[in-house]
Write a new protein. Structure first.
Length: 123
């Protein structure tokens, strides 16, 4: 069995690196992107390899909801966690996405990821 990867999309480099380090230390395969358009381009090359996308909500060019909606079109089984320091607009809410408010603790990040992937980590 192969573990599915996690894509982390965050425009703040320090936050991106922290999330990546924490998740890799937990044993996950992590692809980190600070450019949401680059993330879409790369993930669309191998959408079934990803089990989870963690995305910041507010980013330049395109928001996390739009990014994750495009990625779900490529892989409907993809789990999504959107992290935001801001309240989301009603049209950017999706009942299948998990929304977390910043700041997020390391323990909360690990818990949310483990829960999201508990039923879909292995193929």
């Amino acid at each position: 069995m192969l573990a599915k990867a996690i894509a982390v999309i965050e425009d703040e480099i320090d936050v991106l690196n922290l999330y990546q380090d924490v998740l890799e230390n937990e044993g996950y395969i992590v692809f980190a992107y600070n450019d949401p358009l680059e993330a879409i381009n790369n993930i669309q090359q191998m959408p079934k390899e990803f089990g989870l996308v963690i995305s910041d909500y507010r980013m330049p060019l395109i928001n996390g909801f739009e990014v994750c909606t495009k990625l779900i079109d490529l892989n409907p089984d993809l789990k999504v966690v959107i992290i935001s320091a801001f309240d989301l607009m009603e049209e950017d809410r999706n009942p299948t996405f998990t929304f977390i408010n910043k700041p997020i603790t390391i323990a909360k990040l690990i818990s949310v990821v483990n829960e999201a992937l508990s039923k879909s980590l292995y193929i």
